[in-house]
Design a protein around this ligand. Structure first.
Ligand code: CP3
Length: 328
C-alpha cells in the first residue's frame, strides 16, 4: 500500500480552507501567519489522515524575500515587479539576506513538527530557479514562458546571473527549512516542459541546476530525501533522474505509468501522475485510474500523488474515494 498525499492538498477545494480565506482575504497574509499556515497545512491531514503534510506557502515567497513586489489580485494569477535588466538583478537582496523575511515560514515548519502525528511526514519545498525566474522576468505567469525564453536568446549571461542568484537563495531557503524540521524537500519545476524543446536548454536550466541544489542539500542533510518535479519533462524524465540522482521523481500527467515503472522506478522512487481532472468528475473512471496507477507502480518504491495540483472545483468526497481505493 503506497503512502499518499496530494499536491495543493491544502487549498480552495476544501470548505474549511475557504472559510479561513474568506475571513483573512489576502493569500499572502495566510502564508506569512505561522498560526494560520499551520492550521491550513493540518486541515487535509485531519480530514483524510494523509501520510504527509506539505508546508502551506508558495514558490513566489522566495522572489518576494529577494525584494520583488508580489501580489495575488483576486481572480488573477500572481503579479510581481519584473526583473529584466542588470540593474534589476543588482537591486535584489543578497541570497543570504532572505531569512528575516522568511522567518514566518520557518516558524510554521516548527509548529507543524510539533503538531503533526509523529508518523506523518512533513514536506518542505521551493520553486526551481527556472520556474521562479519565468515569473520574475514576466512579472506574471505566461504561456510558453516566452519572456524568459526571449531573455535567454537576447542576453544569456544576464539570464544566467539570475539563475545563479536564485540557485544560491534556494539552497539557503531549503537548508533552513530542513533545520526547522522539514523531513523531505521538494523542488517544483512546474514549467520545465518548455525547456524540453532542446536537450541543451533542459540540461542547463533544469537538470544541472537541480543537481547543484541537491548536492548542497545532501552534504548538509544526508538523511533528508529529495523529490524533484520537472513537470512536463516527458521523454527527458529519464535523463533527469540519471543526472540528478534524485531520490524521488514526481511525474506530471505527461508520461504513462507503465513506461515510468519500466524506465524510472528502477533508479528512483516514483510519485504522481493521476490527472487531477479525475477528482472533479469522480465515479468509476476515478477508481479505475487510481487502481491502474497503484498496479503499474506495485513493483517498486511508490508514493501515490497527482500529476499536478488539485483544482478548486474538485469534490472533497472524490479525494476520500481515491484514498480509500489506494488503501484497500
Ligand atoms: O501543495 C500545497 O498544498 C502547499 C502549498 C502550495 C501552494 N502553492 C499554495 C497556493 C504549493 C506547494 C504551491 C506551489 C506553487 N505556487 C507552484 C508550483 C506548483 C504548481 O502548481 O505548478 C506555482 C507555479 C505557484 C505559483 C502560484 N501560486 C500561482 C500561479 C497561483 C495562482 C493560481 C491559482 O491556483 O489561483 C498561486 C496561488 C496559490 N498557491 C493558492 C494556493 C492554495 C491559491 C490561493 C488562493 O486564492 O487561496
Amino acid at each position: 500500500m503506497p503512502p499518499v498525499w496530494i499536491m495543493r492538498q491544502a487549498g480552495r477545494y476544501l470548505p474549511e480552507y475557504r472559510r479561513i480565506r474568506a475571513r483573512e482575504r489576502r493569500f499572502l497574509d495566510l502564508c506569512y501567519s505561522p498560526d494560520l499556515a499551520t492550521e491550513i497545512s493540518l486541515q487535509p491531514i485531519r480530514r483524510y489522515g494523509l501520510d504527509a503534510a506539505i508546508l502551506f506557502a508558495d514558490i513566489l515567497l522566495l522572489p518576494h524575500a529577494l525584494g520583488c513586489k508580489l501580489d495575488f489580485p483576486e481572480g488573477h494569477g500572481p503579479r510581481l515587479s519584473p526583473v529584466r535588466t542588470q540593474g534589476d538583478i543588482d537591486a535584489l537582496a543578497p541570497a543570504a539576506a532572505i531569512h528575516n523575511h522568511l522567518a514566518p515560514v520557518y516558524r510554521t515548519i516548527e509548529n507543524l513538527r510539533r503538531d503533526l502525528p509523529p508518523a506523518t511526514a512533513l514536506i518542505g519545498f521551493a520553486g526551481a530557479p527556472w520556474t521562479v525566474a519565468t515569473y520574475m522576468i514576466a512579472g506574471r505567469g505566461t504561456p510558453g514562458q516566452e519572456p524568459a525564453h526571449m531573455l535567454i536568446r537576447e542576453d544569456q549571461r544576464l539570464f544566467d546571473r539570475l539563475i545563479d542568484h536564485l540557485t544560491d537563495a534556494t539552497i539557503l531557503y531549503l537548508s533552513e527549512q530542513a533545520r526547522a524540521g522539514a523531513e523531505v524537500l521538494k523542488l517544483f519545476d512546474s514549467w520545465a516542459g518548455s525547456l524540453t524543446r532542446s536537450t541543451a536548454l533542459f540540461d542547463r536550466y533544469c537538470s544541472r541546476v537541480h543537481r547543484r541544489i541537491f548536492k548542497a542539500l545532501r552534504r548538509n542533510f544526508p538523511a533528508v530525501p529529495l523529490i524533484g518535479f520537472p513537470r512536463g519533462a516527458g521523454r527527458r524524465y529519464a535523463s533527469y533522474v540519471a543526472s540528478t540522482g534524485v531520490d524521488c521523481i514526481a511525474l506530471g500527467t505527461d508520461i504513462d505509468a507503465t513506461e515510468a515503472a519500466r524506465d524510472l522506478q528502477p533508479r528512483a522512487c516514483v510519485q504522481g501522475n493521476l490527472d487531477p481532472k479525475f477528482l472533479v468528475s469522480g465515479g468509476a473512471p476515478l477508481i479505475a485510474e487510481t487502481r491502474r496507477i497503484v498496479a503499474a507502480f506495485a513493483g517498486g518504491a511508490h508514493v501515490f500523488n497527482l500529476g499536478h495540483g488539485i483544482t478548486p472545483d474538485a469534490d472533497p468526497d472524490n479525494v476520500r474515494r481515491m484514498i480509500d481505493t489506494i488503501r484497500r
